[in-house]
Design a protein around this ligand. Structure first.
Ligand code: ADP
Ligand code: MG
Length: 393
């Protein structure tokens, strides 16, 4: 297990904290501050102990160039309002180097978007050492970027030689995902979303681990297509049909119970009806949600589950009434005594929109990192915390 911020002397020390403040922005306004809030437990812990806090993050993909619209400045202002405290903002590294000496205990400084420097994503040794020289200890609280070997996730420890530990948000994520890697059984996964091609690798990994696999959303259409059903004008990825078929075979061979949509909510020009999946989607109609019988089948499959993982909405949730299947699933989960984890940007947005975040035990903010972790892969940003500078524990 990685060492946590609680296992290291933090009193009075200058801590470099890698956070994930890659938040959605619309014209300089933060649309969703979940990721910022996720860092607050670690920040409070450090500040209460008089640590000086230097925050490192990226925002978007500026590809090594300064891009004003990807500045973290609005995030610094928002953090000030959450902390009720001034937050220094260092637009350039030189500024941070000057200001660090004058930080008072508990004071917080946020650096500008690190991906404005090409050295960040290259995990450049001298850039890493330069970042490391800003602080005395390194805390990774950004699970979601830990699958990337960048200067701010790996280099600070690898090249800069700082002692590295995990923050509370990262630990919570790892703890929850470990319970999926070593699940209490039965373990059931629900996977929806738009594209099977996005989720294929995860699905392949899940098939090896779960006892039940419930498939919904547009993604399930391609499975139905593989079974020879008509899909009308629904979203399908015909070229993935073979992969879908292989996956069903693997599930069958591994004795995994697969539940595909038995009925579908279909629509054409505002006309909505429920059809049997087997009967086929009439031409001109699109399958936009799972039907009520499918939800019942999900309910039965989830009834005895001890562990549940959900990723991807089961319908076109942005549009009424095609959120109903997904909200129905969330209600089933809310009533379940299983250990439940939900992940995926759109799935979490749905849970928030309908005030159903309590339906699960853990909201995984990890995105791609979670999926890599669930494949059983080790993540470089976590490895470096385990093995330190020279690969020595
Ligand atoms: P997540 O972000 O939770 O991982 P995805 O990004 O994979 O989820 O998929 C979410 C998208 O899938 C949503 O925009 C949703 O509207 C879309 N979607 C799900 N089911 C359907 C469907 N039947 N038809 C069209 N779009 C769908
Ligand atoms: Mg998404």
């Amino acid at each position: 297990m990685v060492k946590s911020v609680q296992d290291i002397e933090v009193e009075g020390r200058t801590s470099l904290v890698r956070v994930d403040y890659n938040v959605p922005l619309a014209e300089g306004t933060i649309v969703d501050d979940t990721r910022i809030r996720a860092s607050l437990p670690t920040l409070s812990y450090l500040r209460e102990r008089g640590a000086r806090v230097i925050l490192l993050s990226h925002l978007g993909r500026p590809k090594g160039k300064v891009q004003k619209e990807l500045s973290l400045f609005p995030v610094a202002r928002h953090l000030e309002s959450l902390l009720q405290e001034d937050v220094l903002f260092a637009e350039r590294l030189e500024e941070a180097e000057r200001a660090r000496q004058d930080l008072s205990p508990g004071q917080v400084m946020l650096l500008e978007n690190l991906r404005f420097y090409p050295e960040e994503e290259h995990n450049d040794p001298s850039f890493s050492r330069r970042l490391a020289s800003l602080g005395e200890i390194f805390i990774n609280d950004a699970f979601s970027v830990s699958h990337r070997a960048h200067a701010s996730t790996v280099g600070i420890v690898q090249y800069g030689g700082l002692p590295g530990v995990a923050g509370f948000s990262l630990l919570e994520e790892v703890k929850a995902l470990d319970r999926l890697l070593h699940p209490q059984r039965p373990f059931v996964a629900v996977v929806g979303g738009a594209k099977i091609s996005d989720k294929l690798e995860s699905l392949q990994a899940l098939v090896e681990r779960v006892d039940g696999l419930l498939l919904g959303g547009a993604m399930a259409n391609t499975f139905l297509l593989a079974l020879g059903y008509e899909l009308g004008d629904s979203l399908v990825e015909a070229e993935e049909r073979g992969h879908a078929w292989d996956l069903l075979q693997r599930a069958y061979a591994a004795d995994v119970k697969v539940v595909l949509p038995e009925d579908l909510v279909v629509a054409k020009d505002g006309h909505i009806k429920v059809i049997e999946a087997q009967a086929g989607v009439p031409s001109g109609y699109r399958a936009l949600d799972i039907g009520p019988r499918t939800l019942d089948a999900y309910g039965q499959a989830l009834a005895g589950a001890a562990t549940v993982f959900w990723n991807g909405p089961l319908g076109l949730v942005e549009k009424e009434p095609f959120h109903e299947g997904s909200v129905g699933l969330a209600r089933l989960l809310a009533a379940s005594s299983a250990f439940r984890v939900a992940g995926g940007g759109d799935s979490l947005a749905l849970l928030r929109r309908f005030h159903l975040t309590h339906a699960v035990d853990h909201l995984s903010l990890g995105g791609g990192a979670s999926l890599e972790y669930l494949r059983g892969d080790s993540l470089p940003g976590i490895e470096v915390l385990l093995h330190g500078k020279d690969g020595q524990p």
